[in-house]
Design a protein around this ligand. Sequence first.
Ligand code: C2E
Ligand code: CA
Ligand code: CA
Length: 465
Amino acid sequence: MRSLCNKFFRLTEDGISKWTPIGRHNKRVKNLIIFCGFSTVICSAIWGLYYLNRWDLPHLSINLILVLIGSIILMLAFNNYLRCAAIIMCHAILFMVLFASLGDIPVDNIPRSVHMNFLPVVAATFLIFHREGIYLRFVLPIIGLLLFLAVALNVMPIPSSVLAAPIEGRLMGVWANHITGIVGVSIVVAMMQSSMNARSALESDMRRAIARGEYHFHYQPQVDASGRIFGVEALLRWHHPTRGRISPLEFIPLAEETGLIIPIGEWGLRTACAQLTEWSKSPQTSHLTIAVNVSVTQFRQPDFVQEVKSILLLSSAAPSKLKLELTETALADDIDVVVKKMQALKNIGVTWSLDDFGTGYSSLSLLKRLPLDQLKIDQSFVSDLLSDKRSLAIINTLIDLGQNLNLAVIAEGVENEKQLTALQSIGCLSYQGYLFCRPLPILVLNNLVVGEEATGHIRYQSSPV
Ligand code: C2E
Ligand code: CA
Ligand code: CA
Protein backbone atom coordinates (compact mmCIF):
# COMPACT_ATOMS: atom_id res chain seq x y z
CA MET A 1 0.00 0.00 0.00
CA ARG A 2 2.79 2.39 1.00
CA SER A 3 4.67 1.64 -2.21
CA LEU A 4 1.48 2.16 -4.24
CA CYS A 5 0.95 5.55 -2.53
CA ASN A 6 4.53 6.58 -3.22
CA LYS A 7 4.20 5.46 -6.83
CA PHE A 8 1.16 7.67 -7.33
CA PHE A 9 2.22 10.70 -5.39
CA ARG A 10 5.98 10.87 -5.74
CA LEU A 11 8.01 10.74 -8.93
CA THR A 12 10.61 8.72 -7.00
CA GLU A 13 11.44 7.95 -3.41
CA ASP A 14 13.03 10.69 -1.34
CA GLY A 15 16.73 10.88 -0.75
CA ILE A 16 17.69 10.14 -4.31
CA SER A 17 20.97 11.75 -5.32
CA LYS A 18 20.61 15.14 -6.91
CA TRP A 19 23.28 14.20 -9.42
CA THR A 20 21.45 11.40 -11.17
CA PRO A 21 19.06 11.76 -14.10
CA ILE A 22 16.08 10.97 -11.88
CA GLY A 23 17.26 13.17 -9.03
CA ARG A 24 17.94 16.06 -11.37
CA HIS A 25 14.69 15.53 -13.22
CA ASN A 26 12.80 15.67 -9.92
CA LYS A 27 14.60 18.82 -8.93
CA ARG A 28 13.70 20.44 -12.26
CA VAL A 29 10.10 19.29 -11.96
CA LYS A 30 9.91 20.66 -8.44
CA ASN A 31 11.32 24.05 -9.51
CA LEU A 32 8.94 24.16 -12.44
CA ILE A 33 5.91 23.35 -10.30
CA ILE A 34 6.95 25.93 -7.71
CA PHE A 35 7.43 28.56 -10.45
CA CYS A 36 4.08 27.70 -11.96
CA GLY A 37 2.35 27.60 -8.55
CA PHE A 38 3.72 31.00 -7.53
CA SER A 39 2.95 32.64 -10.86
CA THR A 40 -0.60 31.28 -10.77
CA VAL A 41 -1.11 32.56 -7.22
CA ILE A 42 0.45 35.99 -7.85
CA CYS A 43 -1.19 36.68 -11.23
CA SER A 44 -4.59 35.47 -10.04
CA ALA A 45 -4.32 37.47 -6.80
CA ILE A 46 -3.54 40.66 -8.77
CA TRP A 47 -6.44 40.07 -11.18
CA GLY A 48 -8.61 39.10 -8.20
CA LEU A 49 -7.89 42.46 -6.55
CA TYR A 50 -8.64 44.24 -9.81
CA TYR A 51 -12.02 42.52 -10.10
CA LEU A 52 -12.73 42.97 -6.40
CA ASN A 53 -12.24 46.69 -6.89
CA ARG A 54 -14.83 46.57 -9.71
CA TRP A 55 -17.05 44.20 -7.68
CA ASP A 56 -17.14 41.81 -10.66
CA LEU A 57 -18.13 38.61 -8.88
CA PRO A 58 -17.83 36.01 -11.71
CA HIS A 59 -14.26 37.07 -12.53
CA LEU A 60 -13.36 37.47 -8.88
CA SER A 61 -14.48 33.86 -8.21
CA ILE A 62 -12.48 32.47 -11.16
CA ASN A 63 -9.35 34.17 -9.84
CA LEU A 64 -10.00 33.02 -6.26
CA ILE A 65 -10.30 29.43 -7.50
CA LEU A 66 -6.99 29.85 -9.34
CA VAL A 67 -5.32 31.20 -6.17
CA LEU A 68 -6.61 28.11 -4.37
CA ILE A 69 -5.37 25.72 -7.07
CA GLY A 70 -1.96 27.43 -7.12
CA SER A 71 -1.71 27.12 -3.32
CA ILE A 72 -2.63 23.41 -3.39
CA ILE A 73 0.00 22.80 -6.09
CA LEU A 74 2.63 24.65 -4.02
CA MET A 75 1.72 22.73 -0.87
CA LEU A 76 2.01 19.37 -2.66
CA ALA A 77 5.31 20.37 -4.30
CA PHE A 78 6.86 21.55 -1.02
CA ASN A 79 5.91 18.19 0.52
CA ASN A 80 7.55 16.41 -2.44
CA TYR A 81 4.29 14.99 -3.80
CA LEU A 82 5.63 15.97 -7.19
CA ARG A 83 3.75 13.55 -9.42
CA CYS A 84 0.41 14.41 -7.87
CA ALA A 85 1.19 18.16 -7.98
CA ALA A 86 2.25 17.93 -11.64
CA ILE A 87 -0.88 16.02 -12.68
CA ILE A 88 -3.19 18.46 -10.86
CA MET A 89 -1.24 21.43 -12.19
CA CYS A 90 -1.38 20.44 -15.85
CA HIS A 91 -5.06 19.46 -15.82
CA ALA A 92 -6.29 22.33 -13.64
CA ILE A 93 -4.45 25.01 -15.56
CA LEU A 94 -5.54 23.70 -18.95
CA PHE A 95 -9.12 23.70 -17.70
CA MET A 96 -8.91 27.14 -16.11
CA VAL A 97 -7.26 28.70 -19.19
CA LEU A 98 -10.01 27.21 -21.35
CA PHE A 99 -12.61 28.57 -18.94
CA ALA A 100 -10.98 32.03 -18.89
CA SER A 101 -10.79 31.97 -22.73
CA LEU A 102 -14.60 31.93 -22.80
CA GLY A 103 -14.56 35.50 -21.50
CA ASP A 104 -11.71 36.60 -23.74
CA ILE A 105 -13.82 37.86 -26.61
CA PRO A 106 -11.71 39.88 -29.06
CA VAL A 107 -12.69 43.44 -29.89
CA ASP A 108 -11.19 46.04 -32.24
CA ASN A 109 -7.43 46.45 -31.60
CA ILE A 110 -7.53 44.08 -28.64
CA PRO A 111 -6.83 40.52 -29.76
CA ARG A 112 -7.54 37.38 -27.80
CA SER A 113 -4.61 36.54 -25.45
CA VAL A 114 -5.60 34.23 -22.56
CA HIS A 115 -4.86 31.17 -24.75
CA MET A 116 -1.12 32.05 -24.67
CA ASN A 117 -1.10 30.39 -21.26
CA PHE A 118 -1.81 26.99 -22.87
CA LEU A 119 1.70 26.96 -24.34
CA PRO A 120 3.85 26.82 -21.17
CA VAL A 121 1.56 24.11 -19.77
CA VAL A 122 1.92 22.03 -22.95
CA ALA A 123 5.72 22.44 -22.92
CA ALA A 124 5.86 21.61 -19.19
CA THR A 125 3.80 18.44 -19.80
CA PHE A 126 6.37 17.24 -22.36
CA LEU A 127 9.21 17.88 -19.93
CA ILE A 128 7.65 16.48 -16.77
CA PHE A 129 5.97 13.34 -18.08
CA HIS A 130 8.48 12.06 -20.64
CA ARG A 131 8.84 8.77 -18.75
CA GLU A 132 5.13 8.32 -18.01
CA GLY A 133 2.40 6.40 -19.82
CA ILE A 134 0.82 7.31 -23.12
CA TYR A 135 -1.91 9.55 -21.66
CA LEU A 136 0.35 11.91 -19.72
CA ARG A 137 3.16 11.77 -22.27
CA PHE A 138 1.19 12.26 -25.50
CA VAL A 139 -2.55 12.71 -25.12
CA LEU A 140 -2.46 15.50 -22.50
CA PRO A 141 -0.03 17.80 -24.37
CA ILE A 142 -1.90 17.16 -27.62
CA ILE A 143 -5.17 18.15 -25.93
CA GLY A 144 -3.45 21.36 -24.77
CA LEU A 145 -2.16 22.13 -28.26
CA LEU A 146 -5.55 21.48 -29.85
CA LEU A 147 -7.22 23.77 -27.31
CA PHE A 148 -4.62 26.47 -28.07
CA LEU A 149 -5.25 26.16 -31.80
CA ALA A 150 -9.04 26.02 -31.38
CA VAL A 151 -9.07 29.26 -29.39
CA ALA A 152 -6.34 31.04 -31.38
CA LEU A 153 -7.94 30.26 -34.75
CA ASN A 154 -11.40 30.86 -33.34
CA VAL A 155 -12.44 27.39 -34.48
CA MET A 156 -14.27 26.97 -31.22
CA PRO A 157 -17.18 29.41 -31.41
CA ILE A 158 -17.20 31.43 -28.20
CA PRO A 159 -20.48 33.17 -27.56
CA SER A 160 -20.33 36.64 -26.06
CA SER A 161 -21.42 35.91 -22.56
CA VAL A 162 -21.73 37.35 -19.10
CA LEU A 163 -18.18 36.09 -18.64
CA ALA A 164 -16.81 38.61 -21.17
CA ALA A 165 -13.99 40.48 -19.44
CA PRO A 166 -14.37 44.28 -19.17
CA ILE A 167 -12.73 46.19 -22.04
CA GLU A 168 -10.70 48.40 -19.63
CA GLY A 169 -8.76 45.41 -18.34
CA ARG A 170 -8.27 43.74 -21.73
CA LEU A 171 -5.32 45.77 -22.97
CA MET A 172 -3.44 45.09 -19.75
CA GLY A 173 -4.48 41.43 -20.08
CA VAL A 174 -2.96 41.17 -23.56
CA TRP A 175 0.41 42.26 -22.16
CA ALA A 176 0.15 40.10 -19.06
CA ASN A 177 -0.88 36.96 -21.00
CA HIS A 178 1.83 37.36 -23.62
CA ILE A 179 4.46 37.89 -20.93
CA THR A 180 3.39 34.85 -18.84
CA GLY A 181 3.13 32.70 -22.00
CA ILE A 182 6.53 33.67 -23.42
CA VAL A 183 8.39 33.64 -20.06
CA GLY A 184 6.80 30.29 -19.17
CA VAL A 185 7.75 28.64 -22.48
CA SER A 186 11.30 30.06 -22.29
CA ILE A 187 11.79 28.65 -18.78
CA VAL A 188 10.56 25.19 -19.79
CA VAL A 189 12.71 25.17 -22.95
CA ALA A 190 15.79 26.19 -20.91
CA MET A 191 15.05 23.33 -18.50
CA MET A 192 14.67 20.86 -21.39
CA GLN A 193 18.03 21.99 -22.75
CA SER A 194 19.79 21.54 -19.40
CA SER A 195 18.08 18.16 -18.97
CA MET A 196 19.44 17.02 -22.36
CA ASN A 197 22.95 18.26 -21.51
CA ALA A 198 22.95 16.47 -18.14
CA ARG A 199 21.68 13.29 -19.76
CA SER A 200 24.34 13.24 -22.44
CA ALA A 201 27.06 14.03 -19.85
CA LEU A 202 25.91 11.11 -17.71
CA GLU A 203 25.68 8.88 -20.76
CA SER A 204 29.30 9.51 -21.71
CA ASP A 205 30.36 9.06 -18.05
CA MET A 206 28.57 5.70 -18.01
CA ARG A 207 30.26 4.70 -21.24
CA ARG A 208 33.71 5.47 -19.82
CA ALA A 209 32.97 3.92 -16.42
CA ILE A 210 33.54 0.32 -17.59
CA ALA A 211 37.04 1.09 -18.90
CA ARG A 212 37.85 3.12 -15.80
CA GLY A 213 36.72 0.33 -13.47
CA GLU A 214 34.13 2.47 -11.70
CA TYR A 215 31.50 -0.28 -11.55
CA HIS A 216 31.63 -2.94 -8.90
CA PHE A 217 29.26 -5.39 -7.29
CA HIS A 218 27.94 -5.49 -3.77
CA TYR A 219 26.76 -8.94 -2.82
CA GLN A 220 23.66 -9.53 -0.71
CA PRO A 221 23.45 -12.92 1.03
CA GLN A 222 20.51 -15.25 0.47
CA VAL A 223 19.84 -17.55 3.41
CA ASP A 224 17.93 -20.77 3.96
CA ALA A 225 15.53 -21.71 6.79
CA SER A 226 18.44 -22.51 9.13
CA GLY A 227 20.02 -19.09 8.51
CA ARG A 228 22.85 -20.46 6.39
CA ILE A 229 24.08 -18.43 3.40
CA PHE A 230 23.61 -20.53 0.27
CA GLY A 231 24.23 -17.78 -2.25
CA VAL A 232 24.26 -14.07 -2.98
CA GLU A 233 22.66 -11.61 -5.35
CA ALA A 234 25.15 -9.41 -7.22
CA LEU A 235 23.95 -5.81 -7.09
CA LEU A 236 25.60 -3.23 -9.29
CA ARG A 237 27.20 -0.12 -7.78
CA TRP A 238 28.75 2.82 -9.57
CA HIS A 239 31.33 4.94 -7.84
CA HIS A 240 31.47 8.09 -9.93
CA PRO A 241 34.77 10.00 -9.54
CA THR A 242 33.10 13.34 -8.77
CA ARG A 243 29.49 12.50 -8.01
CA GLY A 244 30.13 9.68 -5.59
CA ARG A 245 28.05 6.55 -5.20
CA ILE A 246 25.11 6.19 -7.58
CA SER A 247 22.48 3.51 -7.07
CA PRO A 248 21.48 1.24 -9.99
CA LEU A 249 17.87 2.33 -9.61
CA GLU A 250 19.01 5.70 -10.82
CA PHE A 251 21.33 4.91 -13.74
CA ILE A 252 20.07 1.54 -15.00
CA PRO A 253 16.92 3.05 -16.60
CA LEU A 254 19.18 5.41 -18.61
CA ALA A 255 21.55 2.54 -19.43
CA GLU A 256 18.52 0.61 -20.74
CA GLU A 257 17.35 3.52 -22.87
CA THR A 258 20.77 4.10 -24.39
CA GLY A 259 21.69 0.44 -24.91
CA LEU A 260 24.66 0.81 -22.54
CA ILE A 261 23.09 -1.90 -20.41
CA ILE A 262 24.53 -4.43 -22.89
CA PRO A 263 28.25 -3.78 -22.19
CA ILE A 264 27.42 -3.18 -18.50
CA GLY A 265 25.52 -6.48 -18.35
CA GLU A 266 28.37 -8.29 -20.05
CA TRP A 267 30.79 -6.79 -17.50
CA GLY A 268 28.44 -8.02 -14.74
CA LEU A 269 28.39 -11.59 -16.07
CA ARG A 270 32.17 -11.66 -16.45
CA THR A 271 32.67 -10.29 -12.92
CA ALA A 272 30.20 -12.74 -11.36
CA CYS A 273 31.74 -15.73 -13.16
CA ALA A 274 35.26 -14.65 -12.15
CA GLN A 275 34.01 -14.47 -8.54
CA LEU A 276 32.51 -17.97 -8.78
CA THR A 277 35.85 -19.30 -10.02
CA GLU A 278 37.59 -17.57 -7.11
CA TRP A 279 35.14 -19.05 -4.60
CA SER A 280 35.45 -22.53 -6.10
CA LYS A 281 39.05 -22.63 -4.82
CA SER A 282 38.05 -22.68 -1.15
CA PRO A 283 35.81 -25.29 0.54
CA GLN A 284 34.36 -22.47 2.69
CA THR A 285 32.96 -20.65 -0.33
CA SER A 286 32.68 -23.25 -3.11
CA HIS A 287 29.00 -23.93 -2.33
CA LEU A 288 27.92 -20.31 -2.98
CA THR A 289 25.73 -19.35 -5.94
CA ILE A 290 25.59 -15.89 -7.52
CA ALA A 291 22.34 -14.44 -8.83
CA VAL A 292 22.90 -11.89 -11.59
CA ASN A 293 20.19 -9.51 -12.76
CA VAL A 294 19.64 -9.72 -16.51
CA SER A 295 17.95 -6.73 -18.08
CA VAL A 296 15.29 -7.26 -20.73
CA THR A 297 17.39 -5.46 -23.35
CA GLN A 298 20.34 -7.72 -22.58
CA PHE A 299 18.20 -10.86 -22.68
CA ARG A 300 16.71 -9.79 -26.04
CA GLN A 301 20.14 -9.72 -27.72
CA PRO A 302 20.22 -12.52 -30.33
CA ASP A 303 23.65 -13.63 -29.09
CA PHE A 304 22.77 -13.58 -25.37
CA VAL A 305 22.95 -17.36 -24.94
CA GLN A 306 26.26 -17.57 -26.78
CA GLU A 307 27.66 -14.70 -24.71
CA VAL A 308 26.81 -16.40 -21.39
CA LYS A 309 28.22 -19.69 -22.61
CA SER A 310 31.52 -18.18 -23.69
CA ILE A 311 31.88 -16.16 -20.45
CA LEU A 312 31.32 -19.37 -18.48
CA LEU A 313 33.81 -21.22 -20.63
CA LEU A 314 36.50 -18.55 -20.41
CA SER A 315 36.14 -18.19 -16.63
CA SER A 316 35.79 -21.94 -15.95
CA ALA A 317 32.99 -21.11 -13.51
CA ALA A 318 30.50 -23.89 -12.72
CA PRO A 319 27.30 -23.06 -14.65
CA SER A 320 25.18 -24.56 -11.84
CA LYS A 321 26.40 -21.81 -9.49
CA LEU A 322 25.23 -19.05 -11.83
CA LYS A 323 21.62 -17.98 -11.36
CA LEU A 324 20.12 -15.51 -13.81
CA GLU A 325 17.32 -13.25 -12.59
CA LEU A 326 14.76 -12.15 -15.14
CA THR A 327 11.76 -9.92 -14.50
CA GLU A 328 8.29 -10.63 -15.83
CA THR A 329 8.70 -7.86 -18.46
CA ALA A 330 11.01 -10.19 -20.40
CA LEU A 331 8.14 -12.67 -20.72
CA ALA A 332 6.06 -10.22 -22.76
CA ASP A 333 8.17 -11.07 -25.83
CA ASP A 334 7.64 -14.00 -28.19
CA ILE A 335 7.37 -16.74 -25.60
CA ASP A 336 8.80 -19.46 -27.86
CA VAL A 337 12.00 -17.47 -28.25
CA VAL A 338 12.14 -16.76 -24.49
CA VAL A 339 11.70 -20.46 -23.63
CA LYS A 340 14.29 -21.49 -26.22
CA LYS A 341 16.92 -19.12 -24.84
CA MET A 342 16.23 -20.09 -21.22
CA GLN A 343 16.27 -23.78 -22.05
CA ALA A 344 19.58 -23.51 -23.94
CA LEU A 345 21.28 -22.16 -20.81
CA LYS A 346 19.42 -24.47 -18.47
CA ASN A 347 20.75 -27.41 -20.52
CA ILE A 348 24.29 -26.50 -19.52
CA GLY A 349 23.32 -26.13 -15.83
CA VAL A 350 22.56 -22.39 -15.45
CA THR A 351 19.53 -21.76 -13.21
CA TRP A 352 16.75 -19.18 -13.64
CA SER A 353 14.91 -17.07 -11.11
CA LEU A 354 11.85 -14.91 -11.80
CA ASP A 355 12.52 -11.58 -10.07
CA ASP A 356 9.91 -9.21 -8.58
CA PHE A 357 7.43 -12.03 -8.89
CA GLY A 358 3.79 -11.05 -8.38
CA THR A 359 4.12 -7.53 -9.80
CA GLY A 360 3.73 -8.51 -13.46
CA TYR A 361 1.15 -10.40 -15.42
CA SER A 362 2.58 -13.86 -15.93
CA SER A 363 -0.15 -16.45 -16.07
CA LEU A 364 -0.06 -19.98 -14.74
CA SER A 365 0.08 -21.46 -18.25
CA LEU A 366 3.01 -19.18 -19.10
CA LEU A 367 4.89 -20.14 -15.93
CA LYS A 368 4.38 -23.82 -16.71
CA ARG A 369 6.22 -23.41 -20.01
CA LEU A 370 9.26 -21.63 -18.60
CA PRO A 371 12.28 -23.64 -17.47
CA LEU A 372 12.44 -21.75 -14.15
CA ASP A 373 14.09 -22.87 -10.93
CA GLN A 374 13.05 -20.16 -8.51
CA LEU A 375 10.36 -17.54 -7.93
CA LYS A 376 11.45 -14.43 -6.10
CA ILE A 377 8.58 -12.80 -4.22
CA ASP A 378 8.71 -9.04 -4.70
CA GLN A 379 9.69 -6.99 -1.66
CA SER A 380 6.55 -4.82 -1.86
CA PHE A 381 4.47 -7.83 -0.69
CA VAL A 382 6.93 -8.60 2.10
CA SER A 383 6.96 -5.00 3.35
CA ASP A 384 3.14 -4.93 3.53
CA LEU A 385 2.89 -8.47 4.86
CA LEU A 386 2.01 -7.54 8.44
CA SER A 387 -0.25 -4.59 7.72
CA ASP A 388 -2.16 -5.74 4.66
CA LYS A 389 -4.05 -9.04 4.62
CA ARG A 390 -4.08 -9.02 0.81
CA SER A 391 -0.27 -9.10 0.67
CA LEU A 392 -0.28 -12.11 2.99
CA ALA A 393 -2.86 -13.82 0.79
CA ILE A 394 -0.82 -13.04 -2.34
CA ILE A 395 2.38 -14.43 -0.80
CA ASN A 396 0.46 -17.55 0.26
CA THR A 397 -0.77 -18.02 -3.31
CA LEU A 398 2.72 -17.46 -4.75
CA ILE A 399 4.21 -20.05 -2.39
CA ASP A 400 1.48 -22.57 -3.32
CA LEU A 401 2.14 -21.82 -6.96
CA GLY A 402 5.87 -22.42 -6.51
CA GLN A 403 5.22 -25.71 -4.73
CA ASN A 404 2.78 -26.88 -7.41
CA LEU A 405 5.24 -26.04 -10.17
CA ASN A 406 8.09 -27.58 -8.20
CA LEU A 407 9.99 -24.30 -7.96
CA ALA A 408 11.99 -22.89 -5.05
CA VAL A 409 10.55 -19.70 -3.57
CA ILE A 410 12.63 -16.91 -2.04
CA ALA A 411 11.28 -13.78 -0.35
CA GLU A 412 13.25 -10.56 -0.83
CA GLY A 413 13.20 -7.42 1.28
CA VAL A 414 12.85 -9.22 4.63
CA GLU A 415 13.56 -6.47 7.14
CA ASN A 416 12.40 -7.70 10.54
CA GLU A 417 11.83 -10.81 12.57
CA LYS A 418 8.03 -10.49 12.49
CA GLN A 419 8.08 -10.68 8.69
CA LEU A 420 10.45 -13.64 8.90
CA THR A 421 8.18 -15.49 11.35
CA ALA A 422 5.14 -14.83 9.15
CA LEU A 423 7.01 -16.09 6.07
CA GLN A 424 8.23 -19.18 7.89
CA SER A 425 4.70 -19.96 9.07
CA ILE A 426 3.36 -19.97 5.49
CA GLY A 427 6.15 -22.19 4.17
CA CYS A 428 8.63 -19.75 2.62
CA LEU A 429 12.07 -21.18 3.36
CA SER A 430 14.61 -18.88 1.66
CA TYR A 431 15.12 -15.23 2.35
CA GLN A 432 17.06 -12.15 1.36
CA GLY A 433 16.86 -8.81 3.11
CA TYR A 434 18.31 -6.26 5.49
CA LEU A 435 17.33 -8.44 8.48
CA PHE A 436 20.09 -10.81 7.49
CA CYS A 437 22.46 -8.52 5.70
CA ARG A 438 22.75 -5.46 3.50
CA PRO A 439 24.54 -5.83 0.14
CA LEU A 440 28.26 -5.99 1.01
CA PRO A 441 31.58 -5.29 -0.71
CA ILE A 442 33.32 -8.52 -1.62
CA LEU A 443 35.94 -8.46 1.17
CA VAL A 444 33.34 -7.94 3.89
CA LEU A 445 31.15 -10.64 2.40
CA ASN A 446 34.04 -13.11 2.28
CA ASN A 447 34.77 -12.47 5.98
CA LEU A 448 31.10 -12.94 6.80
CA VAL A 449 30.89 -16.24 4.91
CA VAL A 450 34.05 -17.57 6.51
CA GLY A 451 32.79 -16.54 9.97
CA GLU A 452 29.43 -18.07 9.24
CA GLU A 453 31.03 -21.32 8.14
CA ALA A 454 32.68 -21.45 11.58
CA THR A 455 29.47 -20.74 13.58
CA GLY A 456 27.03 -22.49 11.22
CA HIS A 457 24.66 -19.56 10.69
CA ILE A 458 24.51 -15.85 9.92
CA ARG A 459 23.98 -13.30 12.67
CA TYR A 460 20.95 -11.07 12.09
CA GLN A 461 22.16 -7.68 11.17
CA SER A 462 19.55 -4.97 10.94
CA SER A 463 21.90 -2.00 10.99
CA PRO A 464 23.53 -0.69 7.80
CA VAL A 465 27.03 -1.76 7.00
P1 C2E B 1 16.28 -6.00 -7.44
O1 C2E B 1 16.85 -6.98 -8.41
O2 C2E B 1 14.86 -6.20 -7.05
O3 C2E B 1 17.24 -5.97 -6.19
C1 C2E B 1 16.81 -5.88 -4.88
C2 C2E B 1 16.96 -4.49 -4.36
O4 C2E B 1 16.41 -4.45 -3.03
C3 C2E B 1 18.40 -4.05 -4.19
O5 C2E B 1 18.45 -2.66 -4.43
C4 C2E B 1 18.69 -4.33 -2.71
O6 C2E B 1 19.72 -3.54 -2.18
C5 C2E B 1 17.36 -3.97 -2.12
N1 C2E B 1 17.10 -4.66 -0.87
C6 C2E B 1 17.60 -5.82 -0.43
N2 C2E B 1 17.12 -6.14 0.79
C7 C2E B 1 16.26 -5.15 1.13
C8 C2E B 1 15.42 -4.92 2.26
O7 C2E B 1 15.38 -5.68 3.22
N3 C2E B 1 14.66 -3.80 2.24
C9 C2E B 1 14.69 -2.93 1.19
N4 C2E B 1 13.92 -1.85 1.25
N5 C2E B 1 15.46 -3.12 0.09
C10 C2E B 1 16.23 -4.22 0.07
P2 C2E B 1 19.55 -2.04 -5.36
O8 C2E B 1 20.88 -2.65 -5.11
O9 C2E B 1 19.42 -0.55 -5.24
O10 C2E B 1 19.10 -2.49 -6.80
C11 C2E B 1 17.95 -1.97 -7.35
C12 C2E B 1 17.62 -2.62 -8.66
O11 C2E B 1 18.60 -2.31 -9.66
C13 C2E B 1 17.60 -4.13 -8.59
O12 C2E B 1 16.38 -4.52 -8.04
C14 C2E B 1 17.75 -4.50 -10.05
O13 C2E B 1 16.53 -4.41 -10.72
C15 C2E B 1 18.66 -3.41 -10.56
N6 C2E B 1 20.03 -3.94 -10.60
C16 C2E B 1 20.96 -4.04 -9.61
N7 C2E B 1 22.10 -4.57 -10.08
C17 C2E B 1 21.88 -4.85 -11.40
C18 C2E B 1 22.67 -5.42 -12.45
O14 C2E B 1 23.82 -5.83 -12.28
N8 C2E B 1 22.07 -5.52 -13.69
C19 C2E B 1 20.80 -5.11 -13.92
N9 C2E B 1 20.29 -5.25 -15.16
N10 C2E B 1 20.03 -4.58 -12.96
C20 C2E B 1 20.56 -4.45 -11.72
CA1 CA C 1 17.08 -9.02 -8.59
CA1 CA D 1 13.63 -7.95 -6.95
